[in-house]
Write a new protein. Sequence first.
Length: 331
Amino acid sequence: MIIRVPTNQFGIKDVGYINPREASEEPVDKKSYCTHVCEALPLVCKSFKMKMADHLLLGGEHVRKISPGFHSPIKPADETTPDEKKDIVKGTPSFGMFSLFKYHLKYGYLNKELKKSNKIYCSHIFSLVLALPILVFMAQWLLYIALVSHEIKFFNGDICSNTSDIENKLMIGGICMIYFVRSFFLWDNITNSISFKKMNKVSSIAAILDTFQEFSFTLVVYGANIWVVFVENDIQNMILNSLAMEFLMMLDNEFEELYFQYMPGSAEDIYDNIFVSYEENKILLEDRQKEDKCFRCFSYSVFIPYKLLVLAIFLFPLFCFFMIFAGPICK
């Protein structure tokens, strides 16, 4: 690398300030926008192909190198802090309300974590006695059905009237832009939510139900929110209904957050005694599919719905992008 040093009027070299980092760096190979897109799109298609060929929850695509030039998958260290364990449990889509209720059924309401804290938490006791996690699941769908049914009941049937005010057109355009951006994170969540350390047992029907609930409910809430904003004429109702939908989507996550806030030891207990590594999960899954006919039939029955869910999440950005323009035009 050649650095040209200018001289001043007295012939003395005027070096000035040269950043050593800049001087030592190699020239950056600048690529055009089209080149970046052409290189990125095949990776996206490959990610979709790997996810469609992958098992429901096992995440086998993460143990293979994605493409030449990528680093090989690295097995993480076993040392995990209590905060990391808590974050992994809360961030695992396959551990939701059904798995949490199953945890209570297995260990009872007076488990060792409650005795260790020397405290009585009603949220913990009645999570088993009154099935609070299942009630949260039911409440989400009941409220969702009520909101959507209300909008369908008062819908006039005109799909593309193009009679709304400019404010309403801006609202539907802005909402679709927000969901267009969020849709990419939704795909990242379903493809990269598998923990490299430990994960929930995929040989559990509760884990499969929780995964479907996590992604299917988010998808239908996003879609329903776009529909509600599109058919609603009052701008205040648009905002309130959108907030109500967002509230419904966060109910189960909020329950987990509050539960582990009061019982952080339960998250560690779940991680240590329920979550397993990828290798253990694979063995447990193969064993249960061989021994349990009901589980094998259940896995086969949800195979096609799961692939349709993956396909819908992959295509959802295209739907949002279409509605960015079609929504304001037709509203």
